[in-house]
Ligand binder design. Sequence first.
Ligand SMILES: Nc1ncnc2c1ncn2[C@@H]1O[C@H](COP(=O)(O)OP(=O)(O)OP(=O)(O)O)[C@@H](O)[C@H]1O
Length: 352
Amino acid sequence: MIEVEKLVKTFTGRRVLDGVSFAARNGRVTGFLGPNGAGKSTTIKILLNLIHPDSGRTLIDGRPFSRVSSPMRSVGAVLDARSAHKGMKAETYLRALALTNGIPKSRVDEVLAITGIGKVSKRRAGTFSLGMSQRLSIAAALLGDPHNLVLDEPINGLDPEGVKWVRDLCRYYASQGRTVLLSSHLMSEVALTADDLVIIGRGRILAQTTVERFVGEHSRHGVRVVTPDPDRLRQAFSAAAGITVADVERKEGDPERSRAVWITGAPVEAIAGIIARHQLVVYELVQERGSLEDAYMELTRGAGEYRTQKPSGSGAADVIDSAGVAGSAEDTGSANAAGGAAAAGRGRGKAR
Ligand SMILES: Nc1ncnc2c1ncn2[C@@H]1O[C@H](COP(=O)(O)OP(=O)(O)OP(=O)(O)O)[C@@H](O)[C@H]1O
């Protein structure tokens, strides 16, 4: 079990962690999510005693990492895919790690087999592709058969088979009652892999929940309807208590002279019934569920460190915030509100 309690960290006068607390429990994969610069790596480095917090503490199975007697048996961590010495053969690197940590030599062959890099183990780490380097880092993390796995962006550079392998590995470790803390930018991947979710933005915890509950609470569920007669459609729904109809952007491929609306507040059957009773023409009626991606974007909008601009030559620059939602530079607030509805519409049936 990993416990993070009230961490505060300041770099050159800037507070990058501001009272961060969460727990990653045994038998669970905990997804640790946040935009660039949110404070994920800093938290993990403090956990591993690589840097010191201004205040607060971290515990691994009830103890600070500095007081753990067999660090590699307690925590296996992947912080940097290229951590192995470039001039060392993969096998030599793993053997040296095993030797200095009192781990039997036989375990090296086991982790080479688990990570699928046995065939290239005699090659120097510096010649490895990013994907192979990730596997080597994971092999090193697994050497001590640790009770806790801490993986910082472990799927960077992996091919789809590798991504699935990391997912299965995390699930397998959790199924054995171990703790897995998985930091990632990839919402869809976390949704497939994690049980619990910790979301951080600008050094503060924005949410700590389960993946399922988070999607249920934050994503918008509704029905997207494309119609040539939005006024009559609004009129038809005006008397229906609790149902709201909002304009959303048309999608490419929507028929000419049609409008798209987003209807919430009633099940799809009731909405379809009202449309039928009023004999309205609709070109499309689709029940859509927001995904974890949508919910995450809504929560972390504006919490990223970077703001970017569209590479367009069209005069007024479009600002894209770090959650990837575009809006006019003069009117970011209202554009973001519209973006929320549009974002909910994108996640057709993606929630797990
Ligand atoms: N050694 C350092 N000196 C000064 N600032 C730092 C240092 N390390 C991190 N920071 C800053 O602390 C903030 C949090 O960085 P951190 O690497 O923890 O974020 P992150 O969530 O892991 O981001 P990413 O997903 O981009 O890796 C950032 O603003 C970063 O620039």
